[in-house]
Design a binder for this molecule. Structure first.
Ligand code: C2O
Length: 572
């Protein structure tokens, strides 16, 4: 080759390869020490499990395409795992985190490095503990910025602010759930909701623990909202300000202008907040309180933060006390609002951000989700109806947690005695799911999974059962985004309802509310080999068994197979 040709080749390489390398993203290292920390809320000091002593936990910031290496060192007496909620974990299922599903817990004194890349996602997600009820205090936001020099599909905000909702108990949440599981009754409800860890002035002895957002007039703010509460869907609003939803579950959406946002546990929502152009003589409540439909009592309180405007330094009214204006939130059981709001969420479905909805379906599933009962152990008294235990199920199977991780059992082909592959495709018996409950309310229990060949196009209809009264269930699927192609009230009617599915611009997300007394239909392409948990993100229902797992087999090509586990994968 001549010198000139060599030079030319080099130049061509520089043009093509270098930008490619720059696009690949960087590796970001985090160290998460799980430690106890004293935290005072509502005039009570409590020792809680935290990451690095922080509550809420540290924020993870990355760009699309980056690799994250998060070293978790467990220095508390509890077993711990962490989950990166909504991260697709393409061929990195070993880093997903749900205890006994993809890994054994990290035991006291041990550590594990969660190693995964963020591929094809940008927006807000969050991380949380995924064992027992430890996520009550172990959670924090994940901010995924677009690749360098790639703008948002909406006006660049002046500032970005995470708004993470949580739920606070005065008592030890690990004791609360273990006692409830022993007695078969309902666990105690929380004492407060929090915004970025702060309950705010509507609770006794809490005014000093109030989240404050100071804004400049005329500027636009991006609120990165996360519902990390354990058991409550939340309505959110800011007095006298409208919001524009631009992203849900780390997927851009067609902008929606609204005064109220509904956000279920497990969901994340980015909204633009445009500050008024003139400095007002008021301060504004940022408020959230539950949307609750079930039969159980719930924490019917409101958490409040404060939005205030920066006064110009020349202002004479600087130190005046302004009135606090409060927003109007929907009624606690406003299912109409809930369904209307979720139906407004639509994918951008643009050339840059297409909605790749599976048009053809290889396998159809119909799952009932809801509560039921299980038998009291011999010689025990139980607190459920007629001396039973409260339970929850999918297709009447209440999931039993195995003793080793399903993913290990699957990968090393040692499923015997760990799980069976006979999870029902349809409910075991038909009844009027949203009408009179059947006589026998007992659930079956077992560790059952569905096995899917690589690249199966799945359609799943989830139907609420009104066995103890209709109830909304925010269902979360690990390892995938799915498209919400339809929803409705009453029982799903395959002929009538399927004809109305939206295959053009449905919402693409990882958590969806199964409407109270209704159904929701989702579709996804099973292109990620591994074991993927699916469960209600109301933690109390997960504890009662409203969970199952999908096994997606390897594809034929090397890049379609799950690699072997990392050497530090915890042992059971
Ligand atoms: Cu955010 Cu399996 O959960």
């Amino acid at each position: 080759m001549g010198a000139f040709m060599k030079l030319l080749l080099l130049a061509v390489c520089a043009i093509w390869v270098l930008p490619g390398l720059a696009m690949a993203g960087i590796t970001r290292h985090y160290k998460f020490n799980i430690v106890m920390q004293n935290v005072t809320r509502l005039c009570q000091t409590k020792s809680i499990v935290t990451v690095n002593g922080q509550f809420p936990g540290p924020r993870i910031v990355a760009r699309e395409g980056d690799r994250l290496l998060i070293k978790v060192v467990n220095k508390v007496k509890h077993n711990v795992t962490l989950h990166w909620h909504g991260v697709r974990q393409l061929r990195s299922g070993w880093a997903d985190g749900p205890a006994y599903i993809t890994q054994c817990p990290i035991q006291t004194g041990q550590s594990y490095v969660y190693n995964f890349s963020i591929t094809g996602q940008r927006g807000t997600l969050f991380w949380h503990a995924h064992i027992s009820w430890l996520r009550a205090t172990l959670y924090g936001p994940i901010v995924i910025l677009p690749k360098k020099h790639v703008p948002y599909p909406f006006p660049q905000p002046f500032k970005e602010i995470p708004i993470v909702f949580g739920e606070w108990w005065k008592a030890d949440t690990e004791k609360i759930i273990s006692q409830a599981l022993q007695s078969g009754g309902t666990p105690n409800i929380s004492d407060a909701f929090t915004i970025n860890g702060l309950p705010g002035p509507s609770y006794n002895c809490s005014a000093k623990d109030t989240f404050k957002l100071k804004v400049k007039p005329g500027k636009t703010y991006l609120l990165r909202m996360v519902n990390a509460a354990l058991n409550d869907e939340l309505f959110f609003s800011i007095a006298n300000h409208s919001l524009t939803v631009v992203e849900t579950d780390a997927v851009y959406v067609k902008p929606i202008k609204t005064n109220v946002v509904l956000i279920t546990p497990g969901q994340t929502t980015n909204v633009l907040l445009k500050a008024k152009s003139k400095v007002p003589t008021a301060i504004f409540a940022i408020a959230a309180r539950p949307y609750a439909t079930g039969p159980a009592t719930f924490d019917n309180t409101t958490t409040i933060g404060i939005l205030e405007y920066e006064q110009p330094s020349s202002s004479k009214i600087k130190n005046r006390k302004f009135p606090l204006l409060k927003p109007v939130l929907p009624r606690f059981n406003d299912t109409k609002f809930s369904m209307k709001f979720s139906s407004k969420i639509r994918s951008l479905a643009s050339a840059k951000f297409p909605a790749n909805v599976p048009k053809k379906v290889n396998r159809r599933f119909f799952f009932t989700v809801g509560l039921g009962l299980s038998q009291c152990l011999k010689n025990q008294t139980c607190q459920g109806p007629n001396n039973t235990r409260l339970a929850a199920s999918i297709n009447n199977v209440s999931f039993v947690q195995p003793n080793i991780a399903l993913l290990q059992a699957h990968f090393f082909k040692k499923s015997k005695g760990v799980y069976t592959t006979d999870f029902p495709t349809n409910p075991p018996f038909k009844f009027n799911y949203t009408g009179t409950p059947p006589k026998n309310l007992l659930v079956n229990s077992g560790t059952k999974v569905v096995v899917l060949p690589f690249k199966t196009n799945v359609e799943l209809v989830m139907q609420d059962t009104s066995i103890f009264g209709a109830e909304s269930h925010p269902l979360h699927l690990h390892g995938f985004n799915f498209f919400v192609v339809g929803q409705g009230i009453g029982n799903f009617n395959p002929k009538k309802d399927r004809a109305k599915f939206n295959l053009v611009d449905p919402a693409e997300r990882n958590t969806v509310g199964v409407p109270s007394g209704g159904w929701v239909a989702i579709r996804f392409l099973a292109d990620n080999p591994g074991v993927w948990f699916m469960h209600c993100h109301l933690e109390v229902h997960t504890s009662w068994g409203l969970k199952m797992a999908w096994i997606v087999k390897d594809g034929k090509r090397p890049r379609q197979k799950l690699p072997p586990p990392p050497s530090d994968l915890p042992k059971c």
